[in-house]
Design a protein around this ligand. Structure first.
Ligand code: NAP
Ligand code: ZN
Length: 371
């Protein structure tokens, strides 16, 4: 046995964990920049609970509530300008992956005032202000990963910021996810599932990451039927949030691989949600995977007989239509081949032919291909 395992984030999971652990905020700093999307944090009670805890402990704050889905570097710079001007000494990201990732990037920009959106990808490793993450989707697992995925309009794609910012603390209370609409519930759950898949079948997987991934697959054996029946009761919400957190802990060790790297183009150019973009590619990805040992173990934990059964589930969950041309697919495939980091995480030889095959069969398979 030989592995490295890193998880420096303190995790608070359960009902009312924010109000019950107000001390955490007091220990993180004196003035918080709260980073949220435009409306959900105000509606689902998470922002209110944070403000209650900050006020209880005499921690002041300023709110930046402009984060869009798939946050752009432009928005992140705006948030950093406000945080610097207001002398924030820690950041609280509240929401789905978009505000949590934006919070991490803002924490880097505030700590390094000379870094800009033009220079960030050329920097070595940078420090960041402390970040606390509150997850309100289940989800990205961003609350327990060091990654920040940002939209780079200058390059017409999404990319990892390239800095490692593990939140100092993560709060997961499934009550905030109870009002999630059906489509976001499904797409974010599928995202969590793809993290388990790509982390489990990964060059960097190890005993610890596999332990969490296998627990995650076992949870999805009961979450998939509930997703199909839209039976979103409190026990489902808690189980899928837990599975999403475990999946985050997996990719924190391993990174993601082909579906994520290939899905970014479908989000940037075709507007697919992050979860749908990965989910649509996953069954074809699994079909080209040669080593059957882990695949079989995964299917048995999912209580599924074959990849085809999984494919049926994913197709029913995501009846997505994408209008796309062969030329677009070829352009995305060539761009992806240049993404060495994601390819490196895939443990088998892979070339342009396989990438094209995954894109074409996935999009054809969803009856959405048009020339
Ligand atoms: P999201 O983009 O954060 O949010 C999607 C939508 O859900 C928004 O309209 C948001 O509204 C709404 N929403 C969030 N929480 C809600 C709640 N509790 N109730 C009702 N609506 C709610 O979605 P996401 O899928 O969680 O995050 C996707 C982003 O995370 C992508 O950019 C992806 O690349 C990134 N990601 C990061 C990692 C990582 O490790 N860092 C891993 C995977 C994915 P508001 O805008 O009003 O809040
Ligand atoms: Zn993801």
């Amino acid at each position: 046995m030989n592995f490295r395992y890193e998880m420096p984030t303190s995790i608070y999971f359960g009902r009312n964990v924010i109000r019950d652990n107000a001390d955490v905020f007091h220990r993180a700093g004196k003035k918080a920049l709260l980073v949220t999307g435009q409306s959900s944090a105000k509606k689902n009670g998470s922002l209110q609970d944070i403000i209650w805890s900050l006020e209880k402990k005499g921690v002041t704050y300023v709110l930046f509530d402009e984060v869009e889905e798939n946050p752009s570097l432009e928005t992140i710079e705006r948030g950093a300008t406000i945080g610097s001007r207001e002398n924030a000494d820690f950041i609280i990201g509240i929401g789905g992956g978009s505000p949590m990732d934006a919070a991490k990037a803002i924490a880097v920009f505030i700590q390094n005032p000379s870094v800009t959106k033009e220079t960030i990808f050329k920097q070595g490793s940078l420090s960041a202000l402390p970040v606390i993450a509150v997850a309100t989707t289940a989800g990205t697992g961003s609350e327990v990963t060091p990654y920040s995925i940002v939209t780079v309009n200058a390059e017409k794609t999404k990319k990892n910021l390239g800095q490692r910012v593990f939140p100092v603390a993560a709060f997961l209370d499934s009550k905030y996810t109870e009002a999630l609409p059906v489509d976001i519930t499904v797409n974010t759950a599928v995202d969590a599932f793809t993290h388990l898949v790509e982390g489990y079948l990964n060059t960097n997987s190890n005993q610890m990451s596999d332990l969490y991934a296998e627990e995650g697959f076992a949870l999805f054996a009961s979450c998939f039927p509930k997703l199909l029946q839209q039976q979103f009761d409190a026990s489902f919400r808690e189980a899928v949030l837990y599975a999403s957190m475990l999946a985050g802990m997996v990719i924190a060790q391993t990174g993601t691989s082909l579906p994520h790297g290939m899905g970014y183009a479908l989000t940037y150019h075709k507007g697919l949600s992050h979860g749908a973009a990965n989910g649509i590619l996953t069954s074809e990805y699994l079909k080209i995977f040669k080593n059957q040992t882990k695949l079989e173990r995964m299917l048995s934990l999912l209580k599924l007989e074959s990849i085809q059964k999984l494919e049926e589930i994913l197709k029913r969950l995501m009846p997505v239509k994408v209008l796309i041309t062969e030329q677009e697919i070829e352009a995305y495939a060539s761009a992806f081949l240049a993404n060495k980091a994601k390819r490196k995480n895939h443990p088998e030889e892979i070339g342009l032919e396989e990438i094209l095959q995954i894109y074409k069969n996935s999009l054809l398979g969803f009856r959405s291909f048009s020339i």
